[in-house]
Design a binder for this molecule. Structure first.
Ligand code: AMP
Length: 114
């Protein structure tokens, strides 16, 4: 299995964070950015990412502070609740490493409503 081994700051989400590429923003604070997925796999498909450079889920959990991890998941929960009001529920997906279906090497969570 191929794994990402070093953070590549030319990845598409790093470029979105730097404002080099536009996104349809859902939420932003100093640590977290959320925007609509360009290729939605449901009626609603939103991505939530930390602004700091973490390649994958375990990097975020291990290298980030507990406070930042908690903040990320509280925001993820709040966005999921807000955007799913019209739907009967939502799915949160985190793809991890290429073998886990991760294409963009910047940690992110998907929120999908069908
Ligand atoms: P993953 O397979 O978990 O790495 O998911 C990457 C996601 O990023 C896919 O669902 C893509 O459709 C989405 N994506 C790629 N480029 C962009 C972009 N410029 N703006 C918004 N979403 C994007």
């Amino acid at each position: 299995m191929v794994q990402f081994d070093k953070y590549d700051d030319s990845n598409i989400f790093a470029r979105i964070i730097r404002g080099e590429i536009p996104c349809k923003k859902v939420y932003e604070d100093d640590k977290v950015l959320s925007f609509y997925d360009i290729n939605p796999k449901g009626a609603v498909h939103i991505l939530v990412i930390p602004k700091r450079e973490y390649m994958r889920f375990q990097d975020f959990c291990v290298l980030s502070t507990s406070q930042d991890v908690a903040h990320f998941f509280k925001i993820l929960n709040q966005i999921a609740l807000d955007v799913s009001k019209k739907y009967s529920g939502y799915k949160i997906t985190i793809n991890n490493d290429t073998g886990g279906g991760q294409e963009v090497p910047h940690f992110h969570a998907h929120i999908i409503c069908q």
